[in-house]
Write a protein of this length. Structure first.
Length: 123
């Protein structure tokens, strides 16, 4: 895993992360360690993290990156769907601003280029 990708293990951590999206964008990745497609999407996210030049939001705050592994943290995964009003999918990338999802992608649409574009256009 990438050092800038925080693992969410508890529902209260998710709530804090969503609250934090009021001051800086958050990219949340939902991952399944038993799914090859999810492994490829994680590789794409790590490529984005390794190659990013500037991922600061309009206020100058760096993005926060987090990941939920659905097999080991099902309660957190379920809370994502409930709190953000999104259908559960894995892999799934969610860009969150001001407590709401402003961009999402799942399966093969989670690519380094798609994440780059979303951050540039939605942050």
């Amino acid at each position: 895993m990438h050092p800038d990708l925080t693992s969410l293990e508890h529902v209260d951590e998710l709530h804090r992360l969503i609250d934090e999206s009021q001051s800086r964008p958050v990219l949340l990745f939902k991952h399944s360690y038993t799914c090859g497609t999810s492994m490829e999407a994680l590789d794409e996210l790590v490529a984005h993290l390794n190659d990013r030049i500037d991922d600061r939001g309009p206020e100058g705050s760096a993005l926060q990156y987090a990941m939920v592994t659905v097999q080991t943290h099902r309660a957190v995964s379920n809370a994502v769907a409930q709190r953000l009003g999104v259908r559960h999918e894995t892999p799934q990338a969610l860009l969150i601003r001001d407590g709401r999802v402003v961009w999402s992608a799942s399966h093969f649409r989670v690519t380094a280029a798609a994440v780059d574009d979303a951050i540039r256009n939605q942050s």
